[in-house]
Design a binder for this molecule. Sequence first.
Ligand SMILES: [Zn+2]
Length: 265
Amino acid sequence: MKSDEIFQELNNEYYKLYRSMPKIPISVIVTESIDKANCKLRPDLKNRIIIEVTENNYNYNGRMVLPYLVGDTISILLNSENMIKYTEDGSMTWVGTFAHELTHAIDYHLIALKDNLDIYDPLLELKDNRYLMFNLWSEYHARKFGYNFLNNIMCKNLNISEDEKIKHIKDNEWPFHINNYYKEYRATNKGIQQIYRTLQLIGSYSVGCDLYPTKFNEAQFKIICDSCPWVYKIFAFLRKHESIDEIYAEFSKMREIFKENWMDF
Ligand SMILES: [Zn+2]
């Protein structure tokens, strides 16, 4: 199968799983350098991209790149080196990355339409607090859809019982997520990075809540984040605002929750 066909197939599977998501034009680019490919697609944003690279210095699995005009094709960049690594180790993480970035692409497309934007650039102005909240919400949404999509594809051909699946999540997947979370959270002292990481963790947990609500739920999550009330609060809030329609008028409420812990929000 050619890579175009693989991505077409994954695209079809995505819309089968997420029927409420509207179809949008995308192009998938597998690249050795996400940053260079990003600059090539948006040379007008080169300076901004370079600043982000120097600040974050992170080996991204993928990135969604918005075109200038709303309605034009959105690009999904995938890191070729990581794709090979994740194919060889059997985790196939890049399949989740594809769905993660596609979810971002659809979220950005939808909010641009709702806000009657002709160009995407205002959405990148994170000093605009509303779009920063949108950006953070989309990270939760994309993590959730990406992780669930990967699980769905991986479990399709496996004949394992629900109990075995739950045991696997409890004993393997969740400890892996939470360990990575603490490691990455402590590795930075930037509040915004810590918030991103927290939203990703919540996104992963939320998948369990949808699939196995008796084992993964708000009461259980409250116990996990006993010492961080804002994490539980944002989790409970996001569980009630799962679509762009549900969150659209509520970004200021989301900000209030962050403000409880992060004064300068
Ligand atoms: Zn993301």
